[in-house]
Design a protein around this ligand. Structure first.
Ligand code: NAD
Length: 256
């Protein structure tokens, strides 16, 4: 059980982050959920997870595109035994047309935020004598696709940084790993369906099977519950010697 542990999950009012927050709460951890908004429904979501699992859950607003807010999130949480860097955005365009502001935002949110939160959290983990850093990278942290230059660069960067954090903590009871999901049907992926339908003049079903799941040999989406379960596994004693590596949850994508 993760009772007594505090987990921070960045970008967790939706999608994979929310699924991870729910599984960590189910496993008994106190959880901090986060996004850049500060709406009543964000706090209501925290209350709902707390109620369901009988653990403390707080929502803390912090914009992961801003260095100081990344660090302030960890400071405000007051404890961080488990850090899950999950916040991420996507933009798809050929590199010579890629908007500079989108490039900067993707690098900041998908990669730099993990640097800032990790820097703020490691001293807390050292003080507590235990820690887990779990970075949500992607199959695109290990392979590439056209038109996703910023995303692929950021995710490869996260995988690299994960290895460095693992080496710097190798002789401490702290591990750092990256999870590399294939396609998971979340709002981030849902948002890519209409454009792809238009681009290829395809039905929703054909886009899902022939375009999105083309490289996912299982022909099934991974689920947010499976991602949450993988994080809980990395927090278990069985995973204490797993550090500096990637776990693919991609239906065979990176085996191709
Ligand atoms: P999503 O859009 O459903 O969720 C993204 C989360 O990040 C949301 O909670 C959003 O509020 C938050 N967020 C966005 N910008 C933020 C900011 N500036 N500050 C704080 N929070 C911010 O997307 P998702 O599919 O759940 O993606 C979560 C992570 O998983 C991302 O890092 C993504 O790259 C990665 N991933 C997703 C898939 C997939 O198929 N869905 C595959 C591989 C990796």
């Amino acid at each position: 059980s993760l009772a007594g542990k505090t987990a921070i999950v960045t970008g967790s009012n939706s999608g994979i982050g929310l699924g991870i927050a729910r599984e960590l709460a189910r496993a008994g951890a106190s959880v901090v959920i986060n996004s850049f908004t500060d709406r009543p429904e964000d706090h209501a979501l925290a209350a709902e997870i707390a109620e369901e699992h009988g653990v403390a859950v707080r929502y803390i607003k912090a914009d992961m595109s801003k260095a100081d807010e990344c660090r302030a999130l960890v400071e405000q949480a007051g404890a961080c035994d488990i850090l899950v860097n999950n916040a991420g955005i996507q933009h798809v365009a050929p590199i010579d047309e890629f908007p500079v502001d989108k490039w900067d935002a993707i690098i900041a949110i998908n990669m730099n935020s993990a640097f800032h939160t990790t820097a703020a959290a490691l001293p807390m983990m050292r003080k507590a004598g235990w820690g887990r850093v779990v970075n949500i990278a992607s199959a695109h942290g290990l392979t590439a696709s056209p038109y996703k230059s910023a995303y692929v660069a950021a995710k490869h960067g996260v995988v690299g940084m994960t290895k460095v954090v693992a080496l710097e903590t190798a002789q401490e009871p702290i591990t750092a790993n990256a999870i590399c999901p294939g396609y998971v049907l979340t709002p981030l992926v849902e948002a890519q369906i209409p454009d792809t339908m238009k681009k290829y003049d395809m039905s929703r079903e054909d886009v899902i099977r022939q375009v999105m799941l083309e490289r996912q040999p299982s022909k099934e989406f991974a689920t947010v519950e499976q991602l949450g379960g993988t994080v809980v596994f990395l927090c278990s004693d069985a995973a204490a010697q797993i550090t500096g590596t990637t776990i693919s949850v991609d239906g065979g994508w990176t085996a191709l």
